[in-house]
Structure formats: structure tokens, C-alpha cells
Design a protein around this ligand. Sequence first.
Ligand SMILES: NC(=O)c1ccc[n+]([C@@H]2O[C@H](COP(=O)([O-])OP(=O)(O)OC[C@H]3O[C@@H](n4cnc5c(N)ncnc54)[C@H](OP(=O)(O)O)[C@@H]3O)[C@@H](O)[C@H]2O)c1
Length: 256
Amino acid sequence: MRIAIVTGASSGLGREFVKQIIQKKRLDAVWVIARRESRLLEMAQGSPVPILPIPLDLTKQESFSALRALLEEEKPDIRILVNAAGFGKIGSYAEISISDSESMINLNCRALVQMTLLVLPYMTRGAQILEVCSVASFQPLPALNVYAASKAFVQSYSRSLRWELFGRGIHVTAVCPYWIKDTEFISIAEKTDHPKGVRHFPLASCAHGVVRAALRDGKLNLPVSTPGPVAFLQRFFTKFIPHELVIACWEGLRHL
Ligand SMILES: NC(=O)c1ccc[n+]([C@@H]2O[C@H](COP(=O)([O-])OP(=O)(O)OC[C@H]3O[C@@H](n4cnc5c(N)ncnc54)[C@H](OP(=O)(O)O)[C@@H]3O)[C@@H](O)[C@H]2O)c1
């Protein structure tokens, strides 16, 4: 059974990945993971390809035991894994709770690594892993401190894993979008003691275009996908401009 697994599938990028994977890839099923079961069941209704809703909280260790058992039972041929579950919080170290900081690290880093390691035994040549990262991974960002650090981890992890998997012919791409306006990310990020820590999100992109570019770049086995011109330019300039200067510009821009 040839399948795709998408985490964070109940909204935003994850949901868009499911739509486009169904249109573009010939698969027997798509397994979708998130906490909101009703959203996953809704997706399954009327889908041209069978969708298996797997309601799990990926910050809980028992979720991975359940997933491991399911994989051992079904022994699927996993053609594509998209790790899109993730969240950020806007605010300084004093404005974000310890529990939110811990959950960000748990979901954005630990769960992503665990998902990846869990599916790798079920992948063969030509399979793809898309680790959803962010332009926040290119430099440290005050007011998105833990989030940016968690995405720097994801970028570093994905790029080394890609080399480790060359021999097995498995593609790994870190997908690094700039702000996206049509997902729940920004509204969740603003639910802190300092919701206006970033005042505007100019030139924000759309989930559809980000996912289309990410799937293309994953197929090409690019190490990093920067969907859209803003993401590309940020990646380019942060290679040459000292990060302290980039941080100073960010500090100005986010207060405008
Ligand atoms: N939107 C942006 O501006 C932007 C920019 C760059 C990168 N990104 C990255 O893109 C990824 C997707 O974000 P998005 O924009 O699509 O945001 P979103 O609409 O909020 O989607 C996040 C997804 O993660 C799932 N999720 C959250 N906590 C979870 C948990 N504990 N266990 C399992 N699933 C969980 C959510 O589903 P449930 O709530 O149902 O669990 C939801 O499906 C994230 O990694 C984010 O960092 C977003």
C-alpha cells in the first residue's frame, strides 16, 4: 500500500499538502495526523483517495507508540512524509509561558524527529520527506526567540539527514516559507501576553503557492525550499549580512 503521511493536516499548510498530494501523486491512501479529529474526518469525506484520520497529540509520547503499532500492523510503503505540525508564539522571554516554550520545542523539534525516524524503515528509493521549517531558521529573531531557534534546529537536522539518506535514494527538503496569511499560524502566535510584538506581516504569501513550490523542490531533492521571492531573498541576504545587523533591522521592522 503506497501512502503519504501528513502531520498538521487539520489546517493551513498541512491541509493544503493533503489536497495537492492527492491531485499530484498516485497513492492508495493518505494518513492525516492532528489533534482535531472532526476536521480530519471532514477531509476524509468525499476524498477521491482514501484518507485515514489519525487524531493524535504529537507532544504526547503515547501518540508515537500508537503510530508505531499502526505501522507495524499495516507495513505501508511510505512515499512521502510531510511534517507540517508546528506552532510559534510572539513575545519576549518574559511574555511567553514556560509551558508554551516547552511545547514549541516538543512539537517543532522532538515530534518532527520522532515522526521522521518512525517512518524511515517504511521508505524506499524515491520516497520524499518534507520538513516544514521557516525563514525564521535563517537568523535569530527576538520576539520569536524559541520559535526561530526550533526552526534552526529543523533546518540543520534536515540538511544532514538528506546527506545521510543519499545512499538510500530518499529525498529530504527543509521547507522555509515566509509569513503565510491564510493559515491559523499567525492568530495562534499572537495569543500571548504581547500579541502585537510583531505589528504587521507585509507581503505574506498563500498556502497554495507555498505547497506547490515545496512539492516541486522536494521532487528535485533541494536541501532547502524557499517558496516565494521574499523567502528566497531572506535566505540569500542572511548568508552575507552579519546576523547582528539583520536582527537590528528586524527589531525596527516589527515595531513599524
Ligand atoms: N503560517 C506561517 O506564517 C508560517 C511561516 C513559516 C513556517 N510556518 C510553519 O508551517 C507549519 C504549519 O503551520 P500553518 O501555517 O499551517 O499553521 P496552522 O494552520 O496553525 O497549522 C498547524 C497544524 O499543526 C497541528 N498541531 C498543532 N499542535 C499539534 C499537536 N500538539 N499535535 C499534533 N498536531 C498539532 C494543528 O492541528 P490541531 O490543532 O488540530 O492539532 C494544525 O493542523 C508550522 O510548522 C509552522 O511553523 C508557518
